[in-house]
Design a binder for this molecule. Sequence first.
Ligand SMILES: Nc1ncnc2c1ncn2[C@@H]1O[C@H](COP(=O)(O)OP(=O)(O)O)[C@@H](O)[C@H]1O
Ligand SMILES: [Mg+2]
Length: 227
Amino acid sequence: MPIDKDVMIEAIDVNKEYRRSGAIIRALVDINMSIKSGEFIIIQGPTGCGKSTLLNVLSGLDLPDSGKIIFDGENIARSKEDRLSKIRRQKVGMIFQDFNLIKTLTAVENVESMLWPTVLSNKEIENRAIAALRDVNMLERKDHFPVQMSGGEKQRVAIARAIIGKPRVIFADEPSGNLDPESETQIMELLKKINKDYETTILCVSHRNTVAKHGDRIIKMDNGRIV
Ligand SMILES: Nc1ncnc2c1ncn2[C@@H]1O[C@H](COP(=O)(O)OP(=O)(O)O)[C@@H](O)[C@H]1O
Ligand SMILES: [Mg+2]
């Protein structure tokens, strides 16, 4: 079957369950979805419906029990960790609810850390980190530590870290989960700008209704299923 170049990620009959003290939790049930290159997708649903599990298997952070995940033309559902980490490094940017910045590093060092280890010169890495911080409007805070920043500012640095490697896809898991409504709007508008300017495909997970309007398309989940 020819590969459709417009399709960035496809999930085919994907299932995943967890076992906890004898009980089986069906986190993903017969998931089928197709994401086109350049789309800005919001995955929405209540807490516990399987959103993070879905993001993790689509991004190669975790493996499904069955089914296929076609990422940029390659089925990664059975790939080994070294292959998955290479794909994540080359093609994926990640953004999390709690920012995941390294406390002991400044903003610019946090952004640079995404490229370590590298064959690039220190100057080249710094130039790229500065360009990424400029994109998120945090350049004037480049030498500040995470503790000196608000939640919205930390998330902007985390977005700079996600884009420094020029990823094909950004996965954002509740990126505004710890932010006030005004910062949420800023972060979502920033993601939209990155999506437009760099044609980066974005999958953003949220349980909040207020996030949905920022995407091109909403995929709703409930109880491990797309509804
Ligand atoms: N590592 C795990 N072990 C056992 N159960 C898990 C694990 N991770 C998630 N679950 C369960 O799987 C379901 C889906 O979780 P999750 O994907 O985190 O949902 P969401 O991100 O939508 O809140 C929930 O019932 C959750 O409790
Ligand atoms: Mg979650």
